[in-house]
Design a protein around this ligand. Structure first.
Ligand code: MN
Length: 563
């Protein structure tokens, strides 16, 4: 067994076959049967009718990247299938997330006969019933948490229904491959992933997109999947793995221009480039004004238009960053009032609720607390975003305190919430009381990385290990970079570096071999001195200097063992 096998086994890839699958995802093998998703056949039949009767279809999207990529996937593919469709993206500041009565009215005025939602709609029973009254059918495609009751007269494609259907034994059923009933074996698709499954299913019933051509949509699937922070496992891993390959050869002029303004080098394209380069630029327009610009960019067929839009998004992204830094600094100040709270809730009238989600993520990183950041609006309500980690589920916390809320929902690690300003104080207390009631274990409270594997011998950390680890890419949520831990090694050298002595470089010795590791901007955090015995947690990087390749560590944590 190699270190690589050890890591994969620790991550749950128990058999040799599981490990091989992980290291080389394959499209045909790893694509699950789209018709196993709830209501897929119903949705396909309805869309075939829309095609045959040339109905006016409206794709109802969302302003985040998952919603925008999902909308583009359906819009482009419907065009190829000969389904007459347009896209409706709600405005975050006017309509908010999901289907609304006002939007249904507008769609009715536009002559819409069928709405297909993407990345939303699972909780829109009222709006769906209203649409029906106006003679508009609705197909929901979504991946958000669902409520306990499922409409039977419309198609709702959402893998999360499977958990509802098999609450106790979903895991068991998918593991038991011999089970007589086939069940879709993966729940964590993003909204764009669900939209892509609909394309795969339609492809078998309508001409326009021959088998294999749908792979050209994987660039968009990868982008939405990474930016929606779903687990990069199973089918998602395959989507992102191959989606990055597709993106390197993408024919979408809008994506090409976006890649160019984000200064992403095509041959170095990885999941990080999507999450930190392309994603923020696409999101900026929806956060500041309207996501329509981002949709227009993704669907653009004109080079000039695409260049202009990409440059506009780049400028908006710079504005967003300035706003975000201001909000972050103010929120940092405010959080000093709540040092004893386990769940941080901060609020202000001047914090744009399009940006507060990113600020919540940064506060979480700084304080290691589940965090809610709210904007108080002029109508007496406050609206905001949550980020969480470990055993604390933001969406469960919202559910447990919903008597003080107007609405809320989302996922375990990220959620949204709306409440009356006058209830903020009481709700802050309630959600902290809920945290205490949970009685989380130490493991569930842990924020810092957990090691994948213990290194007993630094000589094993070499170039061949590095070459194997490259196959673990793309890294992201659910598939983090492996973290190594060396136990009881001795600090052989410590040097501070950089203009302001902000970096620190260590050399550790396991008594046979020395190993270099660096911590950027953390010289004050890591203070273990020469001669001390420590445990050290690190990830690996490749250092290329004057043609020489060396493998170095990036320090995550040092624990002194010297009494
Ligand atoms: Mn989504």
């Amino acid at each position: 067994m190699s270190l690589v096998d050890d890591i994969l086994i620790a991550r749950g890839y128990k058999t040799r076959q599981d490990r091989e699958k992980f290291l080389l995802p394959k499209y045909e093998r790893d694509s699950h049967d789209a018709f196993l998703l709830p209501d897929m056949d119903k949705a396909v039949a309805r869309l075939v009718r829309a095609h045959d009767e040339n109905e006016t279809v409206v794709i109802y999207g969302d302003y985040d990247i998952d919603g925008l990529t999902a909308s583009t996937i359906l819009f482009d593919s419907f065009e190829k299938f000969g389904i007459n469709a347009s896209v409706y993206i709600p405005n975050r500041f006017i309509e908010g997330y999901g289907l609304t009565i006002e939007a249904v009215d507008k769609i009715s005025d536009m002559g819409g006969q069928l709405i297909v939602t993407v990345d939303c709609g699972s909780l829109s029973h009222k709006e769906i019933v209203y649409a029906k009254k106006l003679g508009i059918d609705v197909i929901v495609t979504d991946h958000h948490s669902v409520s306990d009751t499922k409409s039977t007269d419309i198609a709702m494609i959402n893998p999360k229904w499977l958990l509802q259907e098999y609450p106790e034994d979903y895991e068991d059923l998918i593991l038991k491959k011999s089970s007589s009933r086939k069940i879709y074996p993966f729940l964590d698709l993003a909204g764009c992933g669900v939209a892509f499954k609909l394309v795969q299913a339609l492809q078998t019933k309508l001409p326009g997109l021959t088998s294999g051509q749908e792979k050209w949509f994987l660039d968009l699937v990868a982008l939405g999947t990474v930016c929606d922070v779903v687990q990069l496992k199973n089918e998602n891993r395959m989507f992102v793995y191959w989606g990055l390959h597709v993106m390197q050869q993408t024919k979408r002029i809008g994506l090409k221009m976006l890649i160019s303004v984000a200064q992403v080098e095509l041959n170095k394209l990885n999941a990080r480039s999507l999450g930190f380069g392309l994603g923020p630029r696409l999101n900026a327009s929806g956060r500041l004004e309207t996501a329509q610009y981002a949709l227009d960019l993704l669907t653009s067929t004109s080079r000039t238009q695409a260049r202009e839009l990409a440059e506009l998004l780049d400028t908006m992204n710079a504005t967003r960053k300035t706003e975000q830094n201001r909000i972050f600094e103010e929120a940092e100040q405010q959080s000093l009032r709540y040092v004893n709270d386990k769940v941080l809730v901060v609020n202000d009238p001047l914090w744009n609720h399009g940006i507060v989600g990113i600020v919540a993520a940064k506060l979480l990183e700084k304080y290691h607390k589940p965090t809610f950041v709210l904007q108080e609006l002029t109508d007496g309500t406050a609206k905001g975003s949550a980020r969480s980690f470990g055993g604390f589920s933001a969406v469960e916390a919202i559910r447990a305190t919903d008597d003080l809320l107007i609405k809320g929902g989302g996922h375990k690690l990220a959620a949204g919430v709306t409440l009356k300003v006058e209830n903020i104080v009481a709700w802050r207390r309630a959600i902290n009381a809920y945290y205490r009631r949970l009685n989380l274990s130490d493991q569930e409270k842990l924020f810092s990385p957990i090691e994948d594997v213990t290194v007993v011998d630094f000589s094993l950390v070499d170039e061949s290990l590095w070459d194997s680890l490259i196959k673990f890419e793309p890294y992201g949520h659910g598939n983090p970079e492996p973290v190594f831990r060396a136990k009881e090694v001795v600090v052989a050298d410590r040097r501070v570096m950089g203009e302001n002595n902000q970096h620190v470089k260590y050399s550790f010795s396991d008594r046979k071999t020395q190993f270099q590791a660096i911590a950027w901007n953390s010289a004050t955090e890591f203070t273990a001195e020469i001669g001390e015995t420590v445990d050290v947690w690190f990830t690996l990087t490749l250092n290329e200097w004057r043609g020489r390749r060396t493998i170095e560590g990036q320090i995550k944590r040092i624990l002194s063992k010297t009494p």
